[in-house]
Write a protein that binds this ligand. Structure first.
Ligand code: SAH
Length: 201
C-alpha cells in the first residue's frame, strides 16, 4: 500500500470515528451528573492522549515537519492497519450505542445510571478503551512515523491503566455486588465468553 493510500485510509477512518463521537456526544449533553471522579492527573493524561489521537496525525499528514522521524514497514502492514482501524470503528460505534446515555468522556455517574451488561458489554467491560487501543495500533501501521504514528498508543496506555482501575472502583462503589458479578463474567479488553442464562441487570 503506497504512502498516499495509507494516509488517505487513515483520514477516512479518522473522520468516521470523530463523526461517531460527535453524534453520541450531543445525545448525552443534557444529562445530570450525580458524581464526578475527574482528577487533575486524568485531565493531563486526557490532554496528552488528545495530542496523540488528534493534533499530531493532522500535523503529520498535512505538513512535512515531522518527516525526519519516519520509519519503514512492509507494504502489506498497511492492509492490516486498515482492517484493525475498521474493527476499532465498529467497536467504538457499538460501545457508544450499547452504553447509550450512560456514556461520558470522564469518570462520572449520572442520574438514572444503569449498569449495561448486554451487546459488546456482555463479553468485555471496556470495549471503548479496546477500540482506542486498536486505533493506536492501526495508527502505527498506517502512519509510519515515530512521532505521529506511535504517540497515540504511547499516550493512551498510561491513561488506560489509570482509568480502568479508577472506573472499576467507581462502578463497584455504585453498583456493588452486581458489578462484582459482572466482572467475573467478562474480560477487561479481551472478550470472555461465559454461559449466562439472563443478563445481570
Ligand atoms: N470503560 C467503558 C466505558 C467508557 S465511557 C468502555 O471502555 O467501554 C466511561 C463511563 O462509562 C464511566 O464514567 C462510567 O460511568 C460508564 N460505564 C462504564 N462501564 C459501564 C457499564 N458497564 N454500564 C454503565 N456505565 C458504564
Amino acid at each position: 500500500m503506497s504512502e498516499i493510500t495509507r494516509k488517505l485510509v487513515f483520514l477516512i477512518c479518522f473522520i468516521a470515528i470523530y463523526t461517531i463521537r460527535l453524534y453520541f456526544k450531543q445525545q448525552v449533553s443534557q444529562k445530570k451528573i450525580t458524581e464526578s471522579r475527574k482528577t487533575t492527573q486524568e485531565k493531563v493524561l486526557l490532554f496528552l492522549a488528545f495530542i496523540g489521537i488528534f493534533i499530531l496525525p493532522l500535523i503529520g499528514i498535512f505538513t512535512p515537519w515531522l518527516e525526519f522521524a519516519a520509519y519503514n514497514l512492509p507494504d502489506w502492514t498497511g492492509w492490516i492497519g486498515t482492517a484493525v482501524f475498521v474493527t476499532a470503528i465498529w467497536l467504538f460505534w457499538r460501545s457508544h450505542a450499547d452504553l447509550g446515555l450512560n456514556w461520558s468522556a470522564s469518570l462520572e455517574i449520572h442520574e438514572h445510571h444503569s449498569l449495561i451488561d448486554t451487546g459488546v458489554y456482555r463479553y468485555i467491560r471496556h470495549p471503548m478503551y479496546a477500540s482506542f487501543l486498536l486505533w493506536g495500533i492501526a495508527q502505527a501501521l498506517l502512519l509510519h512515523n515515530w512521532i505521529y504514528g506511535l504517540f497515540n498508543i504511547l499516550s493512551f496506555l498510561p491513561m488506560y491503566f489509570l482509568r480502568v482501575y479508577q472506573e472499576e472502583q467507581m462502578m463497584l462503589d455504585t453498583f456493588g455486588e452486581k458489578y462484582r458479578n459482572y466482572m467475573s463474567c467478562t474480560g477487561r479488553v479481551i472478550p470472555k465468553f461465559t454461559l449466562r442464562a439472563t443478563p445481570l441487570s
